[in-house]
Design a protein. Structure first.
Length: 213
């Protein structure tokens, strides 16, 4: 029996400039990288999402140095502006708040996010997510990034449920779905852009979650 639903945050429930190129993609392209490169994505998250960075230029410079990319003050400022745009452009998918409100009536809700400190703080202020979720785990507080299975272990303990009593819903096949299932939690892929039509446990809108409950 399902007692709790655990959600990824970004690109699952909320996003940045939903109908425009993702600012993080623009950031990556500016330094000759791509967010489709999983190895780069994990390096990017490691530098920006494991600490509370009050000054974005610090992790930017650390990232560039780590990638052996020569940089100038001009480049650092440009990259900082790209990220700042992302941090103030949080949007909710059309059905998100309504679906969460309905689910909260019957299920515990958890949120796991690989996230920037500034970005999530803005999200909390704008959408009052702390009032929606029973447990919220943010990478810059836990010091854990998905797909590390430890984050699912922490979530299950805090929700006070067993693995088979939860569902994990996320947009990343590797970090959300496969990682949770490896830990023992059933994963549901939200595939808004229909990149994985062959995947069995798949939805294209949060409204379709009910068929797995």
């Amino acid at each position: 029996m399902i007692k709790a639903i655990i959600f990824d945050c970004w690109d699952t429930l909320f996003g940045h400039q939903l109908k425009k190129p993702h600012p993080f993609s623009i950031f990556a392209e500016r330094i000759g990288k791509s967010l489709q490169d999983y190895e780069f994505l994990k390096i990017f998250e490691k530098h920006f999402m494991l600490e509370k960075h009050y000054k974005l230029e610090v992790p930017i410079i650390e990232l560039l140095n780590g990638l052996d990319i020569k940089h100038t003050d001009k480049l650092v400022d440009e990259l900082k502006r790209i990220l700042e745009e992302a941090l103030r452009s949080q949007k909710s998918f059309p059905e998100t708040l309504r679906v969460l409100s309905e689910l909260k009536k019957n299920y515990k809700l958890g949120l796991i996010s690989n996230t920037f400190y500034q970005s999530f703080e803005g999200l909390e202020q704008k959408f009052k997510v702390q009032e929606i979720f029973d447990v919220i785990l943010k990478s810059y507080e836990t010091k854990i990034l998905k797909p590390n299975p430890k984050i699912f272990e922490v979530m299950i303990k805090e929700l006070k449920i067993n693995k088979d009593e939860a569902l994990m819903v996320g947009d990343s096949l590797k970090d959300d779905v496969q990682a949770s299932e490896k830990f023992g939690i059933k994963g549901i892929l939200i595939d808004r852009k229909e990149k994985h039509p062959e995947y069995p446990n798949r939805i294209t809108s949060l409204e379709q979650i009910t068929k797995f409950l």
